[in-house]
Design a protein around this ligand. Structure first.
Ligand SMILES: Nc1ncnc2c1ncn2[C@@H]1O[C@H](COP(=O)(O)OP(=O)(O)OP(=O)(O)O)[C@@H](O)[C@H]1O
Ligand code: SF4
Ligand SMILES: [Mg+2]
Length: 326
């Protein structure tokens, strides 16, 4: 595969109250040009930590990220090195991520000026970018408070585009928006991917949103990727018990009701992850040994990766009858 991003054995740790919290625990991922990779999982599973590490905002405890073959080093005061300028992040909060005291045009122009463009040219390009994301050039001289949440997220996208990104990590870019703005902003992202051939890692806790725009989906649980495959595979034939439970929880009109599974309990505290398979205390299909041995991610015949002892081939080893009534 022609890889834009290659993430190998990536871990992110925080230290809280003298205790180590491993928010991301050994993740491998790739992203190709023109691909949208959805990253889903419940709140606190480490999606944002992974996203921030990918763009150099968080320092990995282990592992590495390569962007176009270049090692992504944690950002320092000098900002983003030239070879990483085309790797950008869009944050969840369209209110917090835009400076309320500076004109929108100046904020978008910043990235262009850093890249060596004279200010007047940078402002001209900023106006074009604002047009591209569906806001007029009149937005240049306005301030953040004059825009709605959906419009601010378009501004954040325009600002990211100013760096001519070839890869974008979009962390819950639509979850703070109302339903119609959600559709508009996700359609905008898809059209930009089609126009510019960027790769996008699209982070969301909502599988039904992710499946509408993603080519592939990675499912994360307590710091680990438990299943990764094409959107078709994940949505229509989820394999890992956690993926199946997530899909079962989606209302029938939207979700796939094959092989429904319950998802009991809450996500455990990542400072005290369960031994063995981290999902075992909640897994409706838990087996003897799941509490002690860690399932490695394995590639099945259909190409997807799954980290579960039950998946030895494309067939689900546990007969469906045994699931009934659980
Ligand atoms: N700066 C930090 N310091 C200490 N702990 C942190 C920090 N950032 C995140 N964490 C913890 O790391 C874990 C993963 O957090 P993260 O924000 O990556 O999850 P998430 O999947 O993005 O969640 P959400 O869907 O709520 O945004 C959580 O337990 C969180 O409390
Ligand atoms: S390894 Fe065991 S506990 Fe983990 S998901 Fe598979 S069956 Fe469930
Ligand atoms: Mg998050």
């Amino acid at each position: 595969m022609n890889e834009l991003l290659k993430i190998s054995n990536l871990s992110v740790e925080y230290h809280r109250n003298g205790r180590k919290l491993r928010a991301v625990a050994g993740v491998d991922l790739t992203l190709a040009p023109g691909e949208i990779l959805g990253l889903v999982g419940e709140s606190g599973c480490g999606k944002s930590s992974l996203g921030k590490a990918i763009v150099g905002i968080e320092k990995p405890a282990e592992g590495e990220i390569r962007f176009n073959g270049n090692l992504v080093k944690p950002l320092d005061r000098r900002g983003r090195p030239t070879e990483l300028r085309n790797l950008q992040m869009i944050f969840q909060d369209p209110y917090g991520s835009i400076n309320p005291r500076r004109k929108i045009g100046d904020q978008i122009a910043d990235g262009l000026i850093v890249a060596g463009k004279p200010k007047n040219e940078a402002l001209k390009i900023s106006a074009e970018l604002l047009e591209k994301v569906g806001l007029g050039a009149s937005a240049l001289d306005r301030y953040a408070h004059q825009f709605s949440g959906g419009q601010r997220q378009r501004i954040a996208i325009a600002r990211a585009l100013a760096a001519s990104p070839t890869a974008i990590v979009a962390d819950e870019p639509i979850s703070a928006l109302d339903t119609s703005s959600q559709a508009q902003v996700s359609n905008l992202l898809v059209s930009l991917v089609q126009e510019f051939g960027m790769g996008v890692i699209f982070i969301s806790h909502d599988l039904s949103v992710v499946r509408k725009i993603s080519d592939r989906i990675a499912v994360m649980y307590l710091g680990k990727i438990v299943e990764i495959g094409t959107t078709e595979q994940i949505w229509n034939q989820p394999s890992h018990p956690y993926t199946r439970a997530l899909i079962s929880a989606i209302p029938k009109a939207d979700g796939n009701s094959n092989m429904p599974l319950d998802l009991p309990g809450d996500v455990p505290n990542p400072a005290f992850p369960p031994a063995g398979c981290r999902f075992h205390p909640r897994c409706p299909l838990v087996q003897v040994g799941c509490e002690s041995s860690v399932p490695e991610i394995r590639t099945l015949k259909d190409g997807r990766g799954v980290a579960c002892v039950l998946q030895t081939s494309n067939e689900i080893v546990v007969p469906l009858e045994t699931i009934k009534g659980r």
